[in-house]
Design a protein around this ligand. Sequence first.
Ligand SMILES: Nc1ccn([C@@H]2O[C@H](COP(=O)(O)OP(=O)(O)OP(=O)(O)O)[C@@H](O)[C@H]2O)c(=O)n1
Ligand SMILES: C[C@](O)(CO)[C@H](O)COP(=O)(O)O
Length: 238
Amino acid sequence: MTTSPEDSGAEVCVIIPAAGSGTRLGEPVPKAFVDLGGATIIERCVDNIPDSLGASIVVVVPADLVERARELLPGVVVVSGGAHRSDSVRAGIAAAGTARILLVHDAARPLTPAHVFTSVVEAVAAGHPAVVPGVPVVDTLKQVTSDASGLELVARTVDREELRAVQTPQGFTRDALLRAHTDDSGLATDDAGLAERCGIPVHIVPGDPLAMKITTPWDLRIIRDVVGETAADAEARS
Ligand SMILES: Nc1ccn([C@@H]2O[C@H](COP(=O)(O)OP(=O)(O)OP(=O)(O)O)[C@@H](O)[C@H]2O)c(=O)n1
Ligand SMILES: C[C@](O)(CO)[C@H](O)COP(=O)(O)O
């Protein structure tokens, strides 16, 4: 059972930025409130956080959906977010109480397995200030430029062995996440990117394909199939 950060004394707080609009998904409601097999994406995301963490949970949603989210998510602190993901993360940090380890987890990755949460928390608890889950890249990657006609032209092939596609939850000591968010100038698509800029070392632990992010209609189709198959398997076993 989760409790609010102020009264929980929890060592771990999971902050879930869920205040995006889901433009690339193109559904009529903001992405976190889209149905995924009979529950909203944000409900599934919260349900999927392993109880074993004993974590408090802060969910950050669009201002006009704060009350709706509170109805859907009893026991969870809900606050309103900002224009950019990092603004929403900062709103979450402000509501996160005194937890020593802060995880930032996209609502858009609702099926992230328990082992990913556990590995991230264990690595932060072991003394690493910033830890992110990552998976090897399977495609061959080309860095591109453009030719005189504007057609994309390959500049070079990137060595994929050196690359990881990073997921969430991204874990930080409280100090590291606060430091990372003191300077939000320029582009950073994740919290680890902000930490890197401050010179904070960021370590990688194994991610998981199930931690996939719902960004496009194709992603939603795949994840709905996964949820449907998991439910069918569970029914067949019972
Ligand atoms: N102002 C914002 C923007 C994003 N997010 C959250 O950050 C996570 C990752 O963002 P993304 O997948 O890009 O979601 P959207 O911003 O909603 O998508 P889009 O860019 O297609 O609009 C999501 O859980 C999203 O709700 C947020 O809390 N506040
Ligand atoms: C945080 C993230 O999910 C890590 O892969 C990703 O960077 C979010 O990117 P988006 O462009 O906001 O979807």
